[in-house]
Design a protein around this ligand. Structure first.
Ligand SMILES: Cc1ncc(COP(=O)(O)O)c(C=O)c1O
Length: 390
């Protein structure tokens, strides 16, 4: 350890497959809403390591749980029982909507979505899926086939021909697209990569009604919105809309790779041995991290904090000249600006603030840890104001 940034960059570029465009820093450590690079510079992380640092970097509860578990047992698969998996399963089902009684563990968002698609096909005996234009669900072939956004899909045509795409937010289009051949309606309740697009409450209620009327399962991909990001455990909680399957990943493992699918009772009872599996899913270390993350969200009152800091940011951002609109809810925010979002992100980075972009060139995206306070967020408001005036 102790390599300089230029050496790290050169080595990584030489040996890692070149699929990622990276920001020009190597992150060495993190704590709460901050990370430090290899040269010792501190950054306010409003991107949360790709929405993963949900409870903050190196949350003490997660660090302790994982450290204790690693010293005890690193791994054993689902071929045996595990106390920590039992506790984590109970904890996640207890925060889920009451109509859901089981969880399936995997390792990533794409895998969670693959699982949900398999379950919907198995349960309904049908194969067609209605998904949304501009939606993003992952890069494996099934999840990619459900993804309509930009080059992710178009670079790999042909993909599976089982998906019908409709505009997000248009209940009329859903009514026309869903048929008795539809196994599932699948969407991100907030289209994040598409630029943080959110619909009105009535739309989600119609989604539920139309899916049920045709016997199709409703799948919410809550890989970005779940576990408190929008100020509730799950997106539909505030408006009483409960899907049949919820897919999760990103921050649920406190930074460790973990994906999950929460499953409605009617569906879970029909699934039997051998119908799905994952070697690493729900391993002891990931399960210990999940259990600690749930406790951290509860004890640190992170749902409330996401709502409060989200409101603070919305109010302050709307006062800034270059800000045209602020979209999203809680701590998933899309800031539409009058300048190019990637230029803005680069300037903010120079000032020690990490933000994200989206598929819309004028939308800057924030996915900060839910522990972010207004005081910690203030330097971002100041920096964006100055950038707008510059
Ligand atoms: C909404 C959504 N679904 C699925 C995925 C895929 O998750 P993963 O990269 O863990 O496979 C992502 C990742 O960005 C996502 O944002």
């Amino acid at each position: 350890m102790g390599m300089k940034f230029d050496e790290i960059k050169e080595m990584e570029e030489k040996y890692q497959l070149g699929t990622y465009r990276k920001l020009s820093l190597a992150v060495a450590r993190g704590e709460g809403v901050y990370v430090w690079d290899t040269e010792g510079k501190r950054y306010l992380d409003l991107y949360g390591g790709h929405a993963v640092a949900l409870v903050g970097h190196c949350h003490p509860r997660v660090v302790k749980a994982v450290s204790d578990q690693v010293k005890t047992l690193v791994f054993y698969s689902n071929v045996v029982y595990s106390e920590v998996r039992a506790l984590a399963s109970k904890a996640i089902v207890e925060v889920a909507p009451s109509s859901m009684d089981r969880v399936f563990f995997c390792n990533s968002g794409a895998e969670a979505n693959e699982t949900a698609l398999k379950i919907a096909r198995r349960f309904t005996g049908k194969t067609r899926v209605v998904a949304m234009k501009e939606g993003f669900h992952g890069r494996t072939i099934g999840a990619l086939s459900a993804t309509a956004l930009g080059h992710y899909r178009s670079d790999f045509i042909p993909v599976l021909d089982a998906f019908d795409f409709i505009p997000f937010g248009d209940a009329g289009a859903l009514e026309s697209a869903v048929s008795d051949q539809t196994a599932a309606v699948m969407l991100e309740p907030v289209q994040s990569m598409a630029g943080v697009e959110i619909a009105d409450d009535g739309y989600y209620k119609k989604l539920r009604r139309i899916s049920s009327a045709h016997g199709a399962l409703l799948i919410f991909d809550e890989i970005q919105t779940g576990f408190g990001r929008t100020g509730e455990w799950f997106f539909g909680d505030r408006i009483g809309v409960v899907p049949d399957l919820i897919t999760l990943a990103k921050g649920i493992g406190g930074g460790l790779p973990l994906g999950a699918v929460l499953i409605d009772k009617r569906v879970s009872k029909t699934i039997g041995y051998g119908e799905h599996g994952s070697t690493f899913g729900g391993g002891p270390v990931a399960a210990s991290a999940l259990f600690a993350t749930i406790q951290a969200i509860r004890e640190d009152k992170l749902l409330e904090n996401a709502r409060d800091t989200g409101e603070y940011l919305k109010t302050e951002l709307q006062k800034i000249g270059i800000v045209k609109a602020v979209k999203g809810r809680g701590l998933l925010l899309g800031i539409e600006i009058t300048k190019k979002a990637s230029d803005c992100r680069d300037r903010l980075l120079e000032r020690g603030i990490i933000t994200g972009t989206s598929a819309k060139p004028d939308v800057l995206r924030l996915l900060p840890p839910l522990v972010l306070t207004p005081d910690e967020a203030k330097p971002f408001i100041e920096a964006l104001t100055e950038y707008g005036e510059g």
